[in-house]
Design a protein. Structure first.
Ligand SMILES: NC(=O)c1ccc[n+]([C@@H]2O[C@H](COP(=O)([O-])OP(=O)(O)OC[C@H]3O[C@@H](n4cnc5c(N)ncnc54)[C@H](OP(=O)(O)O)[C@@H]3O)[C@@H](O)[C@H]2O)c1
Length: 369
């Protein structure tokens, strides 16, 4: 390029840069959003609907009209206080939600307006490989902003495409419970056809574990406090069922169902009270996924338990975006539909929390927006 043409070109480029819009398309105005809010006496926490400015996507971000969100074990206790807003944490509830892209910021090539997307747990900060240091503050629904809002914005890297056969309600259940069950069984557990799988209760993670294990040709044994839920699990393909409330020594029944062989996989979601019993169900070469603490996070694994069984245990936090996309391929390939127990309307979010905390559900509880 000659000096003369450089002189002509440089101002033109400057103008082009200045004129490049930071938003390629977006909706503006106001919208409704649920927020965790301190109760009048300041001691507790409750949900309050707010009318707020619709957020615009910054460069690299998408603007998503949320259509459904779902509740998870991690949302328990958030209304007990201290209120997340008071604790300096994000005030918008829920980590899992699905919706439609309605705006894209400059530079976004991953999605376009009209795409159906579901958010990733770590909001685009964990793409592949091991969990990077420093991503925990970005978890949606605490400490990061949640999804119980008519519109959200966020890095385009923090969303994945919804499997085509799923509704928004179904897709909203995938982010936490789905990815966690998938990662525990396949990535860390190496699930194979015929393997015995122990699933504790019929909540989100376990119900996904049931669907995945059945689809993979494995033999899931699932526990529950409810015979009706166990009957449903059998219809869905469970190999064996045990009522843990009527049968406090449920691990013995699990062992019996495996003909004494023991299970090859455990999705350990109960924690302190269930871990000691689950450890007694392990077969040779078993893998136990340390996931949750519905009875309290904690418990320990004696050296001899793993040593005697050539077994292994992995603690982990949901998974990467690539794990999510791999799960979606599995879900699409097997035409899996998540178990949605009940769908509440956006206006009825507090009732959805009450219903969920009451525990009378199987699979997932969803809020439609
Ligand atoms: N590490 C991670 O990445 C990760 C990811 C997801 C979840 N989690 C944690 O894992 C746990 C489960 O999460 P979730 O979303 O699946 O919960 P959820 O959907 O709320 O599960 C509730 C169900 O768990 C069952 N349950 C409760 N106490 C039980 C017990 N003592 N024994 C057996 N089952 C019991 C009950 O099933 P029945 O009604 O059938 O009795 C209950 O309905 C939570 O602690 C959550 O925070 C961790």
């Amino acid at each position: 390029m000659s000096n003369r043409s450089l002189q002509l070109w440089a101002p033109a480029m400057m103008a082009a840069v200045l004129l490049t819009p930071t938003i390629l398309a977006a909706q503006t105005g106001t919208m409704r959003q649920w927020q965790y809010t301190p109760t009048a006496d300041g001691a507790g926490c409750e949900l309050a609907m707010r009318q707020v400015q619709t957020p615009a996507p910054a460069p690299g971000e998408v603007q998503v009209r949320m259509r459904a969100a779902s509740l998870n074990g991690r949302d328990r206790g958030r209304l007990d206080g201290p209120c997340p807003a008071v604790a300096g944490s994000a005030s918008i509830p829920l980590s899992d939600g699905a919706g439609e892209v309605i705006g894209v910021g400059a530079g976004v090539t991953r999605f376009q307006v009209g795409d159906r997307v579901v958010g990733t747990f770590f909001a685009g900060t964990w793409i592949d490989g091991d969990r990077p240091e420093g991503v925990m503050p970005f978890r949606r629904g605490g400490p990061g902003d949640g999804v119980l809002s008519e519109v959200i914005v966020g890095s385009a890297e923090g969303f994945v495409t919804i499997p085509a056969h799923l509704s928004y309600e179904e897709a909203s259940t995938l982010t936490t419970a789905g990815v966690t069950a998938f990662v525990g069984l396949f990535k860390y557990g190496g699930l194979l056809p015929g393997d015995f799988v122990l699933l504790e209760g019929t909540g989100g993670v376990s119900s996904f574990g049931l669907l995945f294990a059945v689809a993979a040709g494995a033999r899931p044994i699932i526990t529950s406090s409810s015979d009706a839920k166990l009957a449903r699990a059998t219809e869905l393909g469970a190999f064996g069922t045990v009522n843990y409330r009527r049968n406090p020594e449920w691990h013995e029944e699990v062992l019996r169902l495996t003909n004494g062989q023991g299970v090859k996989h455990v999705l350990e979601i109960g924690g302190r009270s269930t871990l000691p019993l689950a450890l007694q169900t392990l077969g040779i070469g078993a893998h136990i996924s340390l996931i949750g603490g519905l009875t309290g996070f904690g418990g320990s694994i004696p050296f001899g338990v793993l040593f005697d069984k050539d077994a292994s245990a992995t603690g982990f936090h949901v998974g990467s975006r690539n794990d999510f996309e791999e799960m979606n391929r599995f879900i699409s390939g097997h035409r899996i539909r998540p178990i949605v127990d009940r769908v509440f309307e956006f206006d009825d979010a507090p009732e959805a929390f009450d219903f969920y905390l009451n525990g009378d559900f199987m699979g997932k509880v969803v809020i439609r927006l």
